[in-house]
Design a protein around this ligand. Structure first.
Ligand SMILES: Cc1cc2nc3c(=O)[nH]c(=O)nc-3n(C[C@H](O)[C@H](O)[C@H](O)COP(=O)(O)OP(=O)(O)OC[C@H]3O[C@@H](n4cnc5c(N)ncnc54)[C@H](O)[C@@H]3O)c2cc1C
Length: 316
């Protein structure tokens, strides 16, 4: 189907399209790189830098295989979609655009998808990624050229020292940001991955240090926490986060607060350190506490984002 030039049809402000898997590459034990293509992607576009641009993928139901219909979609699509049974509408999850290839109707979007190898926790996203082959079809929601879409959280002040921190789900976003940074960018990135074989070769400006940390069976987030607090000069800081501190919807940026805090609605105007931290919802608040409470980071200089939560399926 196409959402574009049919006379009389509604052109949605975002791209909602059924696309096809063009290629699949197993990058490492944890990452599967999936390239998605389709004529509708000719209308894909972001005004300015893409940075950590997120998109939504709607996976077919793993049991019924049903692909959600986008036929005749209009502004009420979201509400109508939510009303349909999950077995029919599929499962929506959030991913990062790792790369954009080609142009026009040959445009493809590349997504690096994490397989949940630790424990037996599976979800529709991870399951789909583990089985994906060229020709598979899936629905995506992405920015449409010329229309505001949102979904970019990387908003440092010009010249700010950067601190990028994430686990494997944030590796695609951090690598994509690193590749887009200007040559004179400064700072450090800390990326925790399940095993050493997941470490990727990524382009980085000379002034940005990139530190990969492989868990190799250690508890999630401990190496990341230790490396970051050491980098910030607060060694020995505790990682433990109490149950009451875990916000299931953790999203604290200069523009949005899941805890209902007042937000400035703009970013700091220069200098200092800008921190972008994403990953499992219990790991992120441990770091947040140190940055905000001990180092006094202004909330205009930070983005703390829960990308997933252990034991909880992300619902849309
Ligand atoms: C802005 C944003 C960008 C994101 N970008 C990416 C991306 O580019 N690539 C990517 O792979 N993920 C990305 N994620 C994370 C992804 O949306 C979640 O991991 C999501 O839970 C995956 O859906 P699922 O269907 O596989 O598992 P769900 O159905 O959501 O969860 C099922 C079970 O799997 C567990 N689980 C979920 N994720 C993981 C994990 N990574 N490791 C171990 N267990 C897990 C859950 O705790 C739960 O018990 C992003 C999230 C956000 C918010």
């Amino acid at each position: 189907m196409t959402m574009t030039a049919t006379p009389g049809s509604t052109v949605l402000p975002m791209l909602l399209a059924e696309v096809e898997v063009v290629s699949v590459e197993r990058l490492s034990p944890t990452f599967v790189r999936v390239e998605l293509g389709g004529r509708d992607l000719a209308d894909y576009g972001v005004d300015g830098d893409r940075w950590d641009q997120r998109i939504k993928l709607v996976f077919p139901d793993p049991v019924t295989g049903a692909i959600t219909s986008t036929e005749g979609a209009d502004e009420s699509w979201w509400a109508t979609w939510l009303e349909r049974p999950a077995s029919e509408r599929g499962h929506m999850r959030t991913y990062t655009i790792r790369d954009v290839r080609g142009s026009g109707e040959q445009t493809t979007l590349v997504v690096d998808m994490v397989l949940h190898l630790e424990g037996d926790l599976v979800g529709p996203g991870s399951t789909w990624a583990s089985r994906a082959v060229p020709g598979d079809r899936i629905v995506l929601l992405a920015p449409r050229r010329g229309h505001p879409y949102g979904g970019i959280e990387f908003t440092p002040a010009p010249g700010a020292e950067l601190l990028l921190v994430g686990d494997e789900t944030a590796v695609p976003a951090i690598c994509t940001v690193l590749e887009q940074l200007p040559d004179d960018a400064r700072g450090a990135a800390f990326l925790e991955v399940p095993v050493a074989a997941d470490v990727q070769d990524v382009r980085r400006p000379a002034g940005v240090e990139v530190v990969w940390l492989a868990r190799e069976g250690d508890p999630l987030g401990v190496r990341l926490h230790d490396a970051v607090v050491t980098h910030l000069g607060i060694p020995g800081a505790e990682v433990e986060v109490g149950p009451g501190e875990v916000d299931p919807d953790l999203w604290e940026t200069p523009y949005y607060s899941s805890s209902g805090e007042e937000v400035p609605g703009d970013v700091a105007d220069g200098g200092g350190t800008y921190a972008w931290i994403a990953g499992e919802s219990k790991v992120v608040p441990g770091l947040r506490r140190h940055l905000v409470n001990e180092l006094g980071f202004d909330r205009r200089q930070v983005a703390f984002m829960g990308y997933w939560r252990r034991g909880v399926a992300m619902q849309s």
